[in-house]
Design a protein around this ligand. Sequence first.
Ligand code: B1M
Length: 207
Amino acid sequence: MSILNEISEMMQRGRVAMVKELIGKALEEGISAKSILQDALLPGMDIIGEKFKNNQVYVPEVLIAARAMNAGAEILKPYLIEEGVKDKGTVVIGTVKGDLHDIGKNLVKMMMEGKGLKVVDLGVDVSADRFVEAARENNANVIACSALLTTTMGEMKNVVQKVKENKLNLKVIIGGAPITKSYCDSIGADGFSSDAATAAELAMSFC
Ligand code: B1M
């Protein structure tokens, strides 16, 4: 089995220590952090997602896999982020109200920090009011909302409305598995991206 397959396998089983060790080994072997993320961790999480959908695994297994995924991504962080001058702008990021998925949001944050942006992370289950309050407190250029559930993505519309009501001079960008460009246009958000790297570029372009 290749080391990338091993990492994916161990991540799916939630074996945090093994994931860390194998990632260290892969980096020593010269495999890029980008490849470890794209060819091992993300496909591993897709497999878990498929099994979850088909009732082959349940919430506890998904949670332990998610913990291993986050631990792996943490190790890759310094390799993934390019050196950049800090504070090219400020982004307030969070996963919307009712939604506890944070792996994608954490990746977006990581990529943004890599571009030299200051990122204020509000975590998960963030209401539209909280996004607006934090944006004001931090004089943010961008609010970045993540949602993984079709039942929670509606909160993004509330964020856009609150920003307009409060006449804040900033952009709202959105993303996450169920989000599309047409949804973005329909709620009047300023930008959409389907992946973390493009989300960071988008945020930069608004700063
Ligand atoms: Co949940 N879950 N989950 N889950 N989960 C999904 C999303 C689901 C598709 C699984 C499925 O049925 N196949 C499904 C949603 C169905 C739907 O709404 N259409 C689902 C469900 C139903 C649920 C629960 C309701 C299950 C239940 O309890 N019965 C429940 C809801 C809890 C809640 O939030 N209130 C639930 C719970 C959980 C766990 C807690 C167990 C765990 C989350 C742990 C955590 O995040 N710390 C979990 C997980 C891990 C998943 C799957 C398996 C993986 C999600 C993930 O992290 N992917 C997921 C199935 C799947 O996606 N295949 C699933 C990896 C991550 C890197 O991708 O977040 O898409 P993603 O981020 C991408 C892009 O979307 C983009 O960049 C990232 C990478 O490039 N992106 C942005 C993300 N945010 C962005 C923001 C941007 C731009 C780009 O701009 C601001």
